[in-house]
Design a protein around this ligand. Structure first.
Ligand code: AMP
Ligand code: ZN
Length: 109
């Protein structure tokens, strides 16, 4: 989608600090980290929000990629938190589906 920030990152029009990529997802460091490790993982297909997604295979691939990136790429062996903000009321600011991976310290509730 041409006016979507994360689609522009996928296209390479806006730079990112990439940590992982495959045919289906891209993972990169959040520009304003809220934990020592704060990575965003996004599907390459534009989906605005989790609530708009009617593609179970895409969601399965996204979650499997979250686990792979957290455990095997980032090495968050002590654990981590996965957050998906949904729509404005859920704190979503970028309307391209993304999961936050937060780790590197003991996270408060
Ligand atoms: P959300 O509030 O769930 O929509 O999260 C959007 C996240 O995208 C925020 O944590 C921002 O810090 C992050 N963000 C915004 N622009 C960029 C960018 N150009 N590169 C990396 N992360 C970004
Ligand atoms: Zn997009």
């Amino acid at each position: 989608m041409s006016n979507c920030l994360f689609c522009k990152i996928i296209a390479g029009d806006i730079p990112c600090n990439k940590v992982y990529e495959n045919d289906h997802v891209l993972a990169f460091h959040d520009i304003h980290p809220k934990a020592p490790t704060h990575v965003l993982i996004i599907p390459k297909l534009h989906v605005a929000t989790l609530a708009d997604c009617d593609d179970p295979a895409l969601l399965g691939t996204l979650m499997d990629s979250v686990r792979h990136v957290a455990d095997e790429v980032l090495g968050l062996t002590d654990g981590y938190r996965v957050i998906i903000n949904v729509r404005e009321g859920g704190g979503q600011e970028v309307f391209h589906l993304h999961a936050h991976i937060l780790g590197g310290k003991k996270l408060p509730f």
